[in-house]
Design a protein around this ligand. Sequence first.
Ligand code: SR1
Ligand code: MG
Length: 438
Amino acid sequence: MPAERARPVEVIIVRQTFFIQWYSPVNDNRSGPEYTSLTQGTPYRPLNPESLRLVLSELPLLAVRLGGTPSGWNIREVSDGNLNSVWLIHGPSGSLCAKQSLPHVRVDPSWKMPLDRTTFEAGWLKAVTPLAPEMVPEFLYFDPQLFLLVTACLDDHVTFTEALIQGVDPLPVARQIGHFVARTAFHTSWRGGPFEKMFQLESFFSGNTTLTRITVDLVLTDPYYDHPRNHYHPALKTLVEQLHTDPTIHRAVSHMQSRFFTAREALLHGDLHSGSIMVGPNGASVIDGEFACIGPTGFDCGMFVASLILASFAAQDTSRRTQIRQAAAIFHESFLKTYCEEWLDNNTDTDLAPAFLTRHDATEIQRQQQEECDRIVSDMAGFTAMEVIRRLTGYAHTSHFDALPETEKGHRQYQALSFAIELLSNLKAAPEKLFHGH
Ligand code: SR1
Ligand code: MG
């Protein structure tokens, strides 16, 4: 990322202050010492296992949760994402997961970056926890000086990416994620409460310009021209040339970019690929909400469906491919069902179509639901295509194809990319192809 795009320090401080106000313990029924910084005035420094041990030892609720004495805690670095440092901490009585922002992209230290991403992840976790508490890790602590977020540790989980590679049945996860996205999107949208609540969410999450810039560049822009960060399998060369030159594709990309910027519908997770979902004995948990922003509901849906599409093209045989495509259809169905149920059951005061306008007219409600769902599904299909495209031709790729021999990998990726180009080249027909065409 060019240096001129890094946000100035003053902006970060203003945003931090705003977060502290917005994220006030006064508004949180779990208020307590863990919600204020112990490091007031302590400058940020990247932690290592020993300095993290010291920080945690000074936080009584976390220390008690771990049990024993700090010297006996096992602290293991497990950072494997692109951006942050992550540790798992185990003590005799319990465990924690700690995540800290670095002043650069973890996998590319020359790519400098402000630190505020964990601030937005903590804000996202706070916003969605009441809506789906069983589907996110428990929030335990956030330090706004160290940009350190501590949550429950999902020890006995694997990422959904790994689960897909291992051959786990994806249908239950797809159903759960459909439910999760529908509930969190509906209740953080204009339909989910009075406009003042939405304004507050917009005001806070519009500050997440650093990671939104990554999405705008890496997902919505770079794959459509010859950007130096892009890389791809040699077998994709002709398709990449098409992505860089085809006016029909560029028109569709402009349309989807416009949806991303102007459809300010709900609070998004912002990076809901299969690596942001952990799968364990009690089902799926959604993590890594650091890309959270306000945008079109279909964006999160598209990120998730794209992971399934990529996994389906990487699958070892046709029956597994069909099963994973079925999971995409299940997600679609579960999302729409929950979204419409939330709409009918919603008793909160809203300023968008308040109850007195429609409550007694079932046909009118159905008509409005159909119109809104069609719009979301159309976005879902367009963003699915763009996410598949960037995971094959942009900067940050997927590991779904990693186990395949080189030639086979090129062949399968060619099929996946051709499918995504087909979707993007005819957005009107895309939902049908995506959810009913396998
Ligand atoms: C530099 S960050 C690259 C990618 O990693 C994250 O998980 C997001 O998907 C982002 O686009
Ligand atoms: Mg991530």
